[in-house]
Write a protein that binds this ligand. Structure first.
Ligand code: C5P
Length: 206
């Protein structure tokens, strides 16, 4: 069976957790496409040229433990605006989306570019303040030296760059279901996402 769940939305809206839980629930493979851009951004921070970094990414790059910093996130968002970088990363993501057995991909352009034919498209959002608070708690609990204001500023800067760029900007696909998690617990958000996917799945006997 080929069945793709595309989950897009801004930073820290809850995409990552929702995607991992939806994938586990249905036994689908999961790809966090932000990691690909983060891995490219990390190599650029180390001095490499963006396009050659994207073209030579390997599984070890994605397994690096230092990809979740604010600095890498900003670098990722900068390299992600370069059309040749995106072009170098498209084929892998497209193959992953249509793999046998079902796939969940989360990112910014999954429902609009990588898999327009996805059976389910979710656009996960939350207010700026809620997203900044969540990201602040996540980073400070891991020992990062961050402030609420700094995190909010970083998120807004990244959202602006991601949604205003020419190449594959972050916008909800026309047929995406919006899921605003501002007032939802993670359990409730996951429950709603799972229900949306279940409704779109082929029914036995049909
Ligand atoms: O989702 P995450 O915050 O890890 O993504 C890091 C950056 O990678 C984003 O700010 C965005 O610029 C870029 N990205 C993208 N397209 C995707 C996934 C991530 O441009 N599908």
């Amino acid at each position: 069976m080929r069945f793709t769940v595309a989950i897009d939305g801004p930073a820290a809206a809850g995409k990552g957790t929702i995607s991992a839980r939806v994938a586990a629930h249905f036994g689908f493979a999961h790809l966090d496409t932000g990691l690909i851009y983060r891995a490219t951004g990390a190599r650029v921070l180390a001095g490499e040229a963006p396009v050659s970094a994207a073209e030579s990414l390997n599984p070890d790059d994605l397994a690096r433990s230092d990809l979740r910093t604010a600095e890498v996130a900003q670098s990722a968002s900068k390299v992600a605006a370069i059309p040749e970088v995106r072009a170098a990363l498209v084929a892998f993501q497209k193959r992953f989306a249509r793999r046998e057995g079902g796939a969940v991909l989360d990112g910014r352009d999954i429902g609009t570019v990588i898999c327009q034919e996805a059976e389910v498209k979710l656009f996960v959002t939350a207010s700026d303040m809620v997203r900044a608070e969540r990201r602040f708690l996540e980073l400070s609990s891991k020992g990062h030296d961050v402030t609420r204001e700094g995190v909010l500023h970083d998120l807004r800067e990244r959202d602006k760059r991601d949604s205003e760029r020419e190449a594959a900007p972050m916008v909800p696909a026309q047929d995406a279901v919006l899921l605003d998690t501002s007032e939802l617990s993670i359990e409730e958000a996951v429950r709603q996402a799972i229900a949306t996917v279940r409704d779109a799945m082929p029914k036995p006997g049909h």
